[in-house]
Structures are given as C-alpha cells and as structure tokens.
Ligand binder design. Structure first.
Ligand code: DX5
Ligand code: ZN
Length: 227
C-alpha cells in the first residue's frame, strides 16, 4: 500500500491582509505543510513576499514550511529562511552553481530541492542525486497563482519519479500549479508524492476543510504508485 500523499496549500492564494488567521485555519483544515512562494520580480515577472513575512507567519502555525524560491541568486536567502523552513527549492536557471547551492541548503539544515519549469527537462537533475531531497515539478509557468494545469507535464512527473528510484535515498516528488480535485488523480497516478495547491484550497467556495479533504480524496482515488 502506498503511503499518504502530502497536501501542501500555497500561501500565495491566501488573503494577504490576514495571513496569520489564514495559516491557522489551513492547519486546522488538515493541511500537511505550507508552501511559500518567494518572488523577486526578476526571475519571474511578479513580486510576492520575502523572509520577513515568512518569519511573521511562522508564529501562527506549527506546519512545516517549504519555500519555493522564484528569485535570482536564491542562495542569498538560505540564512534567513533556515530557522523557519523545512525545505528550500531553487530553479537551476537562477543558480550559477546549483550543486553548491543544494549543498548549502542541506548544510543550513533544510531539505534541498530543485524546481523544474514546464520547459525544463528532467536532465537538469542528473548528477544532483547525492545532494537532492526533493523535486518540484511546475505544471504552470512560474510567477502567478490561478493558472490552468499543463497536461504535457504529466510524462515528466513519471520520468522524474523513475529517475528518483536510482538515488540511494527517498526523494519527494512535488507538483505545483493548477492542482485541483480534477487534475490531482492524474498527477498522483503519474508519480507525485506531494500536491501543492493555492487557488483550489484558499479560493474554494466550500471552505478550507472541504478543499483539503477533496484533494486528499482525489489523491487516494488515484492510488500512489511511486510513493
Ligand atoms: C506559481 C507558484 C504556485 C502557485 C500555485 O508560480 O509556484 O505555488 O501558488 O497556485 P495555483 O494552485 O493556484 O495554481
Ligand atoms: Zn510554488
């Protein structure tokens, strides 16, 4: 029997005028972790929030924090994020020396992760197996919440899950962008172990608890072949 799929709501879709209340509510709704999208307006054409906001919301929940760096030179945020975050994903295109950055993330006590854009091939992961704990596969182009899921990413999820079996330690396969109760079964069937969802959780008209349960139900329905 496959282990449970992790449900990770993205703070980007929360109400920015009441983040403290929203993170508390999403924890009570049964989320497993909180996804944090840091954007610098350079790597992606949008600005979101930085380490001071991460530090502020840290006080309102015990959920593990997983930071997705959509910034140039993401290594410059390692020190500020390490006390608060469990995972830090970086985009290889934003790093001059991605292997060294992953080593530094682990050295700071976090799980190291690589994020792959829809157009980035899984080959980017080759030779990183010894320094890599998690892969985030983007199923939309990075920068904005609420975009439509790109089904052409599904075969890549399976390729990455297969590649990860060659590593000598477990690797998380997280999928980010347009994940809903409708798309989740295909994502899990393809090999995802973690579902990241912004709009489908925070903007669900049925509320946060129903949203988390819907995603969990959809994931269970699919079964997790690779978990
Ligand atoms: C997009 C971010 C995602 C975003 C997902 O650049 O990386 O984490 O919050 O939002 P939805 O689930 O609305 O596509
Ligand atoms: Zn993200």
């Amino acid at each position: 029997m496959a282990s449970e799929i992790e449900i990770s709501p993205s703070l980007l879709a929360a109400d920015f005028s009441r983040l403290g209340e929203d993170v508390k509510a999403v924890e009570e709704a049964g989320a497993d972790s909180l996804h944090l999208d840091l954007m610098d307006g350079r790597y992606v054409p949008n600005l979101s929030f930085g380490p001071p906001v991460v530090e502020a919301v840290r006080k309102h929940t015990a959920l593990p924090f997983d930071a997705h760096l959509m910034t140039e030179e993401p290594e410059s945020y390692i020190e500020a994020l390490a006390p608060h975050c469990r995972t830090m994903w970086v985009h290889p295109e934003a790093c001059k020396h991605v292997h060294r950055v992953l080593q530094a993330i682990r050295g700071a006590g976090m799980r190291s992760g690589v994020a792959l854009n829809p157009g980035t091939p899984p080959d980017a992961l080759l030779y990183l197996g010894t320094v890599l704990d998690s892969v985030l596969i983007m199923s939309v182009n990075p920068g904005f919440g609420g975009q439509e899921f790109l089904p052409e990413v599904l075969p890549k999820i399976t390729q990455v899950a297969e590649l990860a079996t060659l590593f000598d330690h477990p690797v998380e396969i997280a999928v980010d962008g347009g994940v809903t109760a409708e798309t989740a079964p295909r994502v899990v069937e393809a090999g995802a172990t973690t579902l990241i969802a912004g709009s489908a959780v925070f903007k669900n008209p049925d509320g946060l608890k129903a949203a988390v349960e819907e995603l969990r139900g959809a994931a269970r329905m699919a079964g997790a072949r690779w978990a």
